[in-house]
Write a new protein. Sequence first.
Length: 272
Amino acid sequence: MTDLREATYRVEGGYDIHLKEAGSGPVVVFLHGSGPGASGASNFRQNFEAFVAAGYRVVLPDLIGYGASSKPDGLDYTLQLFTDTVLDALRQHGIDRAVLVGNSLGGGVAIQIALDHPDFAEKLVLMAPGCIEDQADYFKMPGIAKMVSGFGSPDFSFEEQKRLVSNLVHADFVSRIPDVLVAERYAVARTQPKDVLARMRTPNLGPRLGEVAKPILVLWGLDDEFCPESGARHFLRHCADARCLTFTRTGHWVQVERAAEFNRYAVEFLRG
């Protein structure tokens, strides 16, 4: 297992953003998704070492409200809040240009950074990215109903955490979810306020995708129950330099369910 270096930065608003990193070379920033217990390192535990081995410096931030970063309550968790705080920390860490790899919410953060700071983003690798439909449309997806749980209450259990994680993958993959991943997410979830999900506010960036002039690789599971796979067409229709891969019998976590393939395709895209 590659050793991870750690750092924490105080950003505007008085929040702390924590990150881990490994390797050296061109920078690749991995931006995790939402959900109880999410963090950078656990979200990409099956991926980052392949990028390090390929000669990249991998950076794994914890978004505000997640991992070891600050978890304030009593506020709206907007996409701009996620974006501004993580970008502030990355710049303090000495990063002014990077490839952005993001899944779900992290994909939305990557797109927002590319729109707001086009000189920062070199390329985008997006797995079932969020924030390209109206938020109300995501709440109609079948996976959202399955995520109703005791999250945020004292009764929230390890077994409940495992059930929530199981919802993110295709049925074929459920038995292969590592217990260590569930344990990592459970430890984080017990420290999170309900507001991190209940007061999440995301815009629809779909109409602005044509403004992203960077090379984009999009990967999606055909059986994703959280972000509709049809979203891949938004990139094909509107972006000047996009390519999309869809995987059968795959849910919301392409980078987990199809880890070896994801690593290979993504590294080839970065090199190309």
